[in-house]
Design a protein. Sequence first.
Lengths: 102, 218
Amino acid sequence: MSVTAVLILAAGTFAIRFAGPLLRDRVTLPDRVRELMSASATVLLLALVAVSALTNGKQFGGWALAAGVAVGGLAAWRKLPFVAVIVLAAVTTAGLRFAGVA
Amino acid sequence: MAAVALGAAVTGASFGAISVGSGLPWWMPVLMSLVIFAGGSQFMAVGIVAAGGSPAAAVLAGLVLNARHLPFGLAIGDVLGRSPLARIVGSHLLIDESTAFAMAQKDPARARAAYWACGVSLFFSWNTGVLIGALVGQAIGDPMTFGLDAAFPAALLALTLPALKDAATRNAALVGAAIALATTPFLPAGVPVLLALAGLFAFRTTKKKEEPCLSPQS
């Protein structure tokens, strides 16, 4: 992550936010486009979850990693606090590795 | 609103700690949070770069993620205020939560008050959380990285879970995740996540009569 990349992302994000109130009187987005924009955010996030939970960037990332994320996901689904989700995931993965699971 | 602010602080602290654990200097997540101020895209960018992806892929994915703010801005419109300064500052505070709080109010004056109160308090709690998380993560150092690779996707999954309740979104997201996983061995890091957007072809809202025949599990 470079400062340049951060600034470009920041500028682009601000432009997106600023465009809404500015164009309000002139533009109406079709429902379909609105739905697609909202869905694309979820699609990207879940894809990143899948890739970072199951791979090391090239191949299968190991059972310890997958199991840790699964435990975290279960905790989130059971509506446990955010901190508990993260700690449970990390502790599970670390514990399995400590026990010799790859 | 206090609960929402507290939640943002905790999420911010995780973001700070996870970013530092992935090898970034402490000030990088702090800078990101101040100037980008959109949690999902910050997690996304750090995650892609940490996995070896290019900054370009990280920026692109972050921008697509933040495109959802455009319809928010169109929807709330005048809530920000009319003056140029109010519009500029107010635009930076345009996030899921402030939009939701404003839309929950019928009276324009109250909607404006709710928007600014939520936006300002979340800006402070989020950035304070990130700063504390980054400093704590740096102090802990190495032990934090152990199992850290699981903490990151788990945090993202927790953030994504509520949106997956919608069946059409869930189908598209599952197809997209399958595409990303299938292409990961062959493509540079970061690209498979962007390719997942092809999963949107499976995005069918319930208005159509036909059953969604593309079952992502099959």
